[in-house]
Design a protein around this ligand. Structure first.
Ligand code: CMP
Length: 137
């Protein structure tokens, strides 16, 4: 059994696709172990994306991520890191496979609707960034 962090980003919340994203997770047999709506400050978004600090898109990305409400979730299941990434599709929606969340709803590489942890170590950091043990069920 594995856990991963999912974020429905401000563009996903504004476009009203939160329900559809959750529906796809559950249809794929993924269990939601925790969920909440947040609105990050720029500093909180910078802390979350600290690994991307040196990237040219860091400032714009953290501005976007703090521009509105996000929904953060802990997903649980067998191979859930991989399963979630398959459901999301490639970072760039233009490269994402048909039927994936990003291909269906994202407008561009930055405004790409969802985030998902890419490995067990990043999942542990990212889950701990938003949830304490008592909030995960
Ligand atoms: P995410 O999976 O949340 O991880 C890092 C985010 O940075 C990524 O999704 C995109 O939103 C953003 N990102 C990645 N590459 C680029 C890029 N080349 N230009 C702008 N934003 C990017």
């Amino acid at each position: 059994m594995e856990r991963t962090l999912s974020i429905v980003k401000p563009d996903g919340v504004k476009k009203g696709v939160l329900g559809e994203v959750i529906r796809r997770f559950q249809a794929a047999g993924i269990r939601i172990a925790a969920i909440k709506m947040i609105h990050m400050t720029k500093a909180e978004a910078e802390g979350f994306y600290a690994v991307h600090k040196a990237r040219p898109f860091f400032s714009s990305l953290t501005e976007f991520m703090s521009s509105g409400s996000c929904v953060v979730m802990v997903l649980e299941g067998e191979n859930v890191i991989r399963k979630n990434r398959d459901l999301m599709g490639a970072t760039n929606p233009k490269e994402a496979a048909a039927g994936t969340i990003r291909r269906d709803f994202a407008s561009d590489i930055e405004h790409n609707i969802v985030h998902g942890s890419d490995a067990p170590e990043t999942a542990a950091f990212e889950i701990g960034y938003f949830f304490n043990a008592l909030e995960i069920h």
